[in-house]
Design a protein around this ligand. Structure first.
Ligand SMILES: [Zn+2]
Length: 411
């Protein structure tokens, strides 16, 4: 087992071959969900899986499952995978790496003639990006019971075409029921899409889970007045109150390290005129943390400060929490399998929290789940310039191999 290694060249060549479908001039990829190009990518993946001796099933959300039989095919499969769709100006690795790393694991098991007790499946989740059809990760969401099938199929793009219609058009409206079956373990390999591994000079990120999020919209109403004749002491400047809250948001982020993120990214001041005291300010707050207790504490601190600021200054305030997404904690055994895999293969590694959403976050609601991160250049993703090295990608794939066989039991 220790000596079993994936073929990094073969993985790289497959990635480059897939990247030709929807290739952009700047070296990226535009392969939006359920377009003709997405069909081409799916067909290519399926033909590779056929060549590797897999059976292929497609479910009603168009999720593809390529299955390598186990010696006990009645046992639940160990599953891996990610997505083949990209952003309009996406890169070559986001999602695609996780799918083709899964394929490379199957090819390697074939090379070494290794049989596993549990079957192994490589999944391609439909429309992860949410770029053409909102929301993101809708098909793994249906699989995990977060959304119902009807909701998933009725998602429409800007031209009014639904996912259901487009799946039929490209020939990927499958017949399998979506989800509802037992999975032994799910692993997703992915580029980090952030700068931490590169900065820490580590090859593998052992992903512990994903951040929870709380989003707010706040409107502060003061009083518009002339910037000249109105004395400072008699003003109700809504932007001044908002600024205090912006600084407090930043303070809350800094005081809840490690891991807390706190951002005011959008602000609209009205009437936005240089010689009028701002009468109304609308702004957003984005809080993230992997622990729900801390996220709640951040929430309480923000509310208390905002209320006090509004009260003390005689402002009116509308404070709304518009979205809450609980933190995801991955399965201990799966996380350990990833860490152990990194150690067996001899790669430097560190524990890490995902700042972005992934199909694995939804799948983790119905199956023990873990993720493997590899570095990407300057942490840049969702960008045509997204880059990762063949060595790091091969390393991530080797860790995936070890994690999968640990769960699937070599016979
Ligand atoms: Zn992705």
């Amino acid at each position: 087992m220790q000596n079993m290694n994936v073929k990094g060249d073969r993985l790289w060549e497959s990635l480059m071959e897939m990247a030709k479908i929807g290739a952009t001039e700047k070296g990226g990829c535009c392969r939006l969900a359920l377009t003709d190009l997405d069909k081409e990518g799916r067909d290519l993946f399926s033909s590779w899986c056929n060549d590797a001796g897999c059976t292929i099933k497609v479910d009603k959300m168009g999720n593809i499952f390529a299955r390598r039989a186990g010696t006990r095919d009645d046992l639940p499969p160990v599953m891996t995978g990610s997505h083949l769709d990209t952003q309009p100006t996406g890169g070559k690795y986001d999602g695609v790496f996780g799918v083709l790393a899964g394929l490379e694991v199957l090819r390697t098991l074939n090379d070494f003639d290794v049989k596993t007790e549990h079957p192994i499946e490589v999944a391609v989740w439909t429309n992860e990006e949410g770029s053409r059809f909102a929301p993101a990760m809708v098909a793994s969401g249906v699989f995990a019971g977060v959304f119902d099938l009807e909701y998933g199929l009725s998602r429409a793009d800007l031209d009014g075409k639904t996912m259901g219609e487009e799946l039929k058009r490209i020939g990927y409206a499958g017949t399998e029921e979506v989800g509802g079956r037992e999975i032994k373990a799910f692993f997703e390999a992915h580029i980090e899409q952030g700068p931490i591994l590169e900065h820490e000079e580590k090859t593998i990120g052992v992903v512990m889970g994903a951040q929870g999020q709380r989003w707010y919209e706040i409107t502060i109403t003061g009083q518009e007045a002339h910037a000249g004749p109105t004395p400072m002491a008699r003003r109700k400047d809504a932007l001044v109150a908002a600024s205090k809250i912006v600084c407090e948001v930043n303070r809350i982020g800094l005081d809840n390290q490690p891991f807390a993120c706190a951002t005011v990214g959008l602000i609209q001041s009205s009437p936005n005129s240089r010689n009028t005291i701002p009468g109304e300010v609308f702004f957003t707050v984005d809080f993230r943390h992997p622990k729900d207790e801390i996220l709640s504490k951040m929430d309480a601190e923000l509310r208390a400060f905002a209320e006090k600021t509004a009260k003390d200054g005689g402002y009116e305030m509308k404070f709304e929490e518009i979205w809450y997404s609980p933190p995801v904690e991955f399965d201990k055994d799966c996380v350990n399998a990833v860490r152990k895999g990194s150690e067996i293969a001899g790669y430097s590694h560190m524990d890490i929290i995902s700042g972005a959403g992934h199909d694995a976050c939804y799948v983790s609601r119905v199956a023990p789940t873990g993720m493997i991160f590899v570095p990407c250049e300057n942490g840049i993703s969702h960008n045509e310039e997204e880059e990762a090295t063949p060595e790091d990608l091969a390393a991530g794939c080797n860790v995936l191999l070890h994690a999968i066989v640990e769960r699937a039991n070599i016979v």
